[in-house]
Design a protein around this ligand. Sequence first.
Ligand SMILES: Nc1ncnc2c1ncn2[C@@H]1O[C@H](COP(=O)(O)OS(=O)(=O)O)[C@@H](OP(=O)(O)O)[C@H]1O
Ligand SMILES: [Mg+2]
Ligand SMILES: [Mg+2]
Ligand SMILES: [Mg+2]
Length: 457
Amino acid sequence: MAIKVPHRLGLGPWRRNHRNELVPNHSHLTSLFLSSFPCKKTLIGCSSKFNQTSCFSVMEQEEKSRVSPESLLDAEEHSPRDEKELELAVRAVQMACSLCQRVQDSIISKTSNEIQSKDDNSPVTVADWSVQATVSWVLSEAFGSRNVSIVAEEDVQSLSKASAAGLLEAVVTTVNKSLADCPRFGLKGPNMPLGSSEVLEAISRCNSNGGPRGRFWALDPVDGTLGFVRGDQYAIALALIEDGEVVLGVLGCPNYPMRKEWLAYHHRYHRIVSKLTPTTSESWDKGCVLYARKGSGKAWMQPLVPVNKKLVWPNSARPVRVSPIDNPSMATFCEPVEKANSSHSFTAGLAHSVGLRKQPLRVYSMVKYAAIARGDAEIFMKFARAGYKEKIWDHAAGVLIIQEAGGTVTDAGGQPLDFSKGTYLEGLDRGIIASAGATLHDKIIKAVDASWDSSSL
Ligand SMILES: Nc1ncnc2c1ncn2[C@@H]1O[C@H](COP(=O)(O)OS(=O)(=O)O)[C@@H](OP(=O)(O)O)[C@H]1O
Ligand SMILES: [Mg+2]
Ligand SMILES: [Mg+2]
Ligand SMILES: [Mg+2]
């Protein structure tokens, strides 16, 4: 994917406003968020012959003896390869959460120059590239780079320029710091720190176009980068897609605590938490990783691995389930924070006509999908402007997790999202609707039909 970086690297157009929030310097250019992304061009082969290697060598024995009975029941129904893929994906996402927490802390605590702009004026940070490199490296080590095909958001071009040397150095340092932590996540790290060419290679290896056949991973290294740079919610999303169907989904939500009440503090999460005691992430149980396997009828949530502790699989995972609420007047709906990403006025009209009475919960990133899967909200709606094409990595993991947790996700015409057409969700009818149950879902879809023609979308 060719991404031009129009601003001098290291001098990205981000500044702090009077409330000390990070905002694009060219606020009049916010409408440029509306422009679409170019798509990936290169396709690499994908084989279903996976080669299990050394990634599990550390801690494997001690952890196998500690798997919960519930999780074992789930595991018995699946092949060792499926088990390894899920376990590895969760470990990689746990590592990515830890990486992102470190970078977010450094962005929040100082005036950072680690935020760049893409040509649509959307942000990209050291964390986006570093997570992509780390997850790519971990998957390749486990299964062999020739067997791993990855579709992911970030491109290597802007990092490879001579003018980006400082940025690349920051990414290499961040990746190596993360990989040095591999044993904590039950993974074997590299024998030596990676050099910049290896880091660039790991990022650029994520050059699959997806498509209708074979197996490939879809990775959004940081979803909701805007929330991330603002110290708010964001997610790391990793899905495995086989013959166009999502078969595994893992969603890391580093700022979404195990307990639901903190999600409501969607503004300035960091600052609110830091004003209160106790302040360690451990005591707040801050952050969670959700995951599901297609057809299991279960979705799981585990806490993040606290600093200085090791991941013990399955790390106190517990099942999550969608909310039983089917009365619109008691239901909460989620939507993107940015008006540019989804029409708030259209969803307000829908909410009114369906009888949704509560204020919308505006949350950055796929944390919205996590909220539905956990039963913390009942509906998610996204209606992007006409012409915007949704990308598969923005939805794949979340869709599967909601479905396996008992919910429904379709486009506004009631059709399932199609992950078989490449990088984009081609053929998407108007918008995306996720609901805790069929009753709510049907009501929303009928309401969209009733109000669409009079909308300006
Ligand atoms: N114009 C427009 N319309 C719709 N969607 C867009 C648009 N521009 C970007 N994106 C994609 O939205 C991803 C973030 O979506 P969210 O639902 O989290 O939006 S929001 O940040 O809460 O406003 C975001 O993902 P990340 O880039 O990973 O942050 C983008 O892929
Ligand atoms: Mg995204
Ligand atoms: Mg992203
Ligand atoms: Mg992005």
